[in-house]
Design a protein around this ligand. Structure first.
Ligand SMILES: NC(=O)c1ccc[n+]([C@@H]2O[C@H](COP(=O)([O-])OP(=O)(O)OC[C@H]3O[C@@H](n4cnc5c(N)ncnc54)[C@H](O)[C@@H]3O)[C@@H](O)[C@H]2O)c1
Length: 344
């Protein structure tokens, strides 16, 4: 039986990965210490998701380990041979990173280093999948000329219409503390691929979503809007007139990308990963759709100042990943995602 280690296994992408590989008949070890609750309070608590996994999977073992605890991480790697590492544990929010920069850096950068080095020492041939972020590009994507439409900011130049590709520069730009700590990890993951020849990949993701997000105001865009409508919470829009655009990818389609990479790994691979143009939506458009589906109004508060380092329009250019892995397809449309999140 093949064996995968998934960090952040109670979170959105980690939990989907556990269920996905368990379904394929793999044994899956999960690492999560419910740090999301400490970051985001009760909204972020992932206990329910861990319980769901324990109930619904066949070969899943949970380890309440902090990835900052190097000895605990190395002990786990020493126990059994691992065939695949999926690293999703993170401090995932821009805004929170500025309040807790040491937690942010030690988790996102140093924690990744622990996992890389444990992999190198114990199972260097196992593909190492790192969930990176499009925030590694900092504000550089905002340099694309835009036009203002009724409900969204759109790229002005038709050559930009596919979105942002991997050639976007990563330096000389404001990243937010979060973007910078993820970039440190991203570069190190590439280095373990290039220098040591290990099969590593950085997936620089846009907005990922799905039903198993413990959605909080500071993290989980679509899931939080849907939660705010359902629970009649006030929703705050930060700047850009609410016309900021994100493309959205369902967590299931993230896992199929992981599987593609596992089956044909490369060293030091870097891919942008997102829903692409068809799955793109602005904040205003997303609010409209959720209100329609739930037949309930949302109270919106508009805050003039945008989030520091926030993208205005970000659409993922998927051409590089699709060229290298032509078997990968997006199976969940934007409307599928809205319907699943709202239960309609
Ligand atoms: N969700 C998105 O829209 C998105 C977008 C781009 C990149 N990403 C990246 O994808 C990865 C997964 O994102 P997600 O949405 O599933 O996040 P998530 O917050 O839902 O899951 C992360 C999990 O990691 C756990 N964790 C945090 N610190 C830990 C630590 N020190 N030790 C052990 N576990 C710890 C948390 O408790 C949480 O369950 C992250 O690296 C994130 O930066 C996510």
């Amino acid at each position: 039986m093949k064996r995968a280690l998934v960090t952040g296994s109670s979170g959105l992408i980690g939990s989907e990965s556990v269920a996905f590989f368990d379904q394929l008949g793999w044994e899956v070890y999960g690492i999560d210490n419910n740090m999301r609750r400490s970051f985001f309070g009760p909204d972020g608590d992932t206990t329910w998701n861990l319980e769901r996994l324990r109930r619904d999977t066949r070969h899943f073992t949970h380890h309440e380990v902090d990835i900052r605890d190097r000895h605990a991480v190395f002990d786990l790697f020493a126990r059994d041979r691992l065939d695949l590492i999926i690293h999703c544990a993170a401090q995932p929010s821009h805004d929170l990173a500025a309040k807790r920069p040491l937690d942010d850096f030690t988790i996102n950068a140093l924690g990744t280093m622990h996992l890389l080095e444990a992999t190198r020492q114990h199972c260097p041939e196992a593909p190492f999948v790192f969930m990176s972020t499009n925030k590694v590009y900092g504000e550089a994507p905002n340099e694309k000329p835009l036009v203002e439409l009724a409900t969204r900011w759109e790229y002005r130049d038709p050559v930009d219409s596919e979105g942002i590709d991997e050639s976007c520069r990563v330096d000389a730009s404001l990243h937010s503390v979060f973007g910078a700590s993820k970039l440190a990890a991203d570069v190190m993951v590439q280095e373990y691929g290039r220098y040591f020849g290990m099969p590593t990949v950085c997936f620089r993701a846009g907005c990922l979503t799905g039903p198993n997000h413990s959605a909080a105001e500071l993290h989980g865009f679509l899931a939080y809007i849907s939660r705010a409508v359902r629970e009649r919470r006030i929703y705050r829009i930060y700047g850009y007139k609410g016309k900021q655009v994100r493309d959205n990818l369902h967590s299931f389609d993230v896992c199929t990308a992981f599987l593609e990479f596992y089956e044909a790994p490369r060293a030091a691979a870097v891919y942008n990963l997102g829903g692409g143009r068809p799955n793109s939506v602005s904040v205003l458009e997303a609010i409209d759709r959720c209100q329609d589906l739930l037949a309930s109004p949302l109270t919106v508060e508009y805050v003039e100042t945008n989030r520091l380092g926030d993208h205005i329009t970000y659409i993922t250019d998927l051409r590089k990943f699709r060229a290298d892995y032509p078997g990968w397809h997006i199976t969940r449309s934007l409307d599928d995602i809205f319907r699943e999140l709202t239960g309609r």
